[in-house]
Ligand binder design. Structure first.
Ligand SMILES: [Cu+2]
Length: 120
């Protein structure tokens, strides 16, 4: 009886990674949605994100205020180089697939940091 239990436990341990790999492969075909809110008082929220290399991402920034001055545009160094204006009521959509692990700064158009994306 004990032998059978051990055998089943070993079998589960072997099949579990295969199952999680299948899940990852399925998720890879669909963009992961990241929803961000922008206000003048808080800037973007949340400010830090963890992503997986190879996972397609759709990042939406919902502006509740219109950005002004230095922080009126948003971009992501290495992932979304085109500065997008933050306009009240307008949704900025950035779709990208980070391919390399690393730390990517979310900034204004001049490069002042406002958040970070960590890719593993
Ligand atoms: Cu700036």
């Amino acid at each position: 009886m004990k032998t059978i239990t051990l055998f089943l436990a070993a079998l589960l341990a072997l099949t579990a990674p295969a199952l999680s790999m299948a899940t990852a492969a399925t998720a890879g075909s669909e963009a992961k949605l990241i929803s961000v809110t922008y206000t003048k008082a808080q800037d973007i929220s949340p400010k830090s994100f963890n992503l997986q290399a190879g996972q397609k991402v759709r990042m939406e920034v919902n502006s509740q205020d219109t950005g002004s001055g230095c922080m009126k545009d948003i971009k992501i160094a290495g992932l979304w180089e085109k500065p997008e204006a933050l306009v009240k009521g307008k949704k900025v959509v950035m779709e990208f697939t980070p391919l390399r692990a690393g730390s990517y700064k979310i900034t204004c158009s001049m490069g002042v940091p406002r958040g970070v994306i960590t890719v593993k």
